[in-house]
Design a protein around this ligand. Structure first.
Ligand code: CP
Ligand code: NVA
Length: 309
């Protein structure tokens, strides 16, 4: 049976641990050789721009012996040039897998529903699961055992925040989330799912409008942009609403002494994060970016090993 990665709901806690262990092995041995994707072609259906996701998938797929076809919005304009259902039914006849970056999460759900090949979410408006798996790996690499650590997320309760919520809850990490009042809280149904997972792992989830409360005693401080791709028209309002949510040295005074600073990137120095934080000693953002490559190779091995067996 095919497996997909649409959100971290698709992987159990044990499977997440398996992927983290596999990532360590892949990174440690620079393992390019399993050839698991030999003779296979993966399509990258991207409706939005990308540096890390596109490049790390293209390089990772090549290192595992496979080929890639990049299909940007000029080629496949989901739901505009033809229906997402027809795109999925066509691509499934040519390809061995799809990595999709879409505006609407339902488009990735439809690509999955109408194809018989694995589909990996490379970011939608709701989730960014490859990012969160990379982030868990990066935290474990720097700080050791994940269970019991606290991650402070300061900013927009968006796709990245949602995947971190599910991932942290599944591995037993606490999350303290500060968003401005109003429409910026994380999606209530995602919070509900995370609370369910947290029951089994004793993870604590705190939602607040006070960045100081979120950062207090946190081991990991996490930022994302205030204006996500596709929200450009809301820029002016958002920049106003997020005043006071910048991660800077003053805010970090109450974080744990050995905190690490993380950001999925792209970043805007002087907006969501001060330059001396993202470029400072506690920042691990480029190790985190590198780890996208290793984690995604582990995800591909995980999905395609099962298909082979
Ligand atoms: N973090 C991340 O997904 O970066 P890109 O948008 O450049 O792929
Ligand atoms: N929240 C951001 C993440 C980019 C990797 C966006 O959706 O644009």
């Amino acid at each position: 049976m095919k497996r997909d990665l649409l959100s971290l709901e698709d992987f159990s806690s044990e499977e997440i641990q398996t992927i983290l262990r596999m990532t360590k092995k892949v990174k440690g041995t620079r393992n390019h050789s399993s050839g698991i994707l030999s003779g296979k072609t993966i399509g990258l259906v991207f409706q939005k721009p990308s540096n890390r996701t596109r490049v790390s998938f293209e390089v990772g797929i090549a290192q595992l012996g496979g080929n890639c076809i990049y299909l940007g919005p000029e080629e496949i304009n989901l739901g505009v040039r033809e229906t997402t259902e027809d795109v999925a039914k066509t691509l499934t006849r040519y390809l061995d897998g799809i990595v999709a970056r879409t505006h609407k999460h339902e488009d990735i759900v439809d690509l999955t529903k109408y194809s018989t090949i694995p589909v990996i979410n490379g970011l939608s408006d709701l989730y960014h699961p490859c990012q969160a798996l990379t982030d868990l790996f990066s935290i474990e690499e720097k700080l050791g055992e994940l269970k019991g650590l606290t991650l402070a997320y300061v900013g927009d309760g968006n796709n990245v925040c949602h995947s971190l919520l599910l991932g942290c809850a599944k591995v037993g990490m606490n999350m303290q989330i500060a968003t401005p009042k109003g429409e910026y809280s994380p999606n209530a149904s995602v919070v509900q799912k995370a609370l369910e997972y947290a029951k089994a792992t004793n993870a604590k989830i705190v939602l607040t409008n006070d960045p100081n409360e979120a950062v207090n005693k946190a081991d990991v401080i996490y930022a994302d942009v205030w204006v996500s791709m596709g929200q450009e028209e809301e820029s002016e309002k958002r920049l106003k609403d997020f005043q006071g949510f910048q991660i800077n040295k003053e805010l970090l005074k109450t974080a744990n002494k050995n905190y690490v600073f993380m950001h999925c990137l792209p970043a805007h120095r002087g907006l969501e994060v001060a330059a001396d934080v993202i470029d400072g000693d506690h920042s691990i953002v480029f190790d985190q970016a590198e780890n996208r490559l290793h984690t995604q190779k582990a995800i591909l091995i995980f999905l395609y090993e099962r298909r082979r067996n």
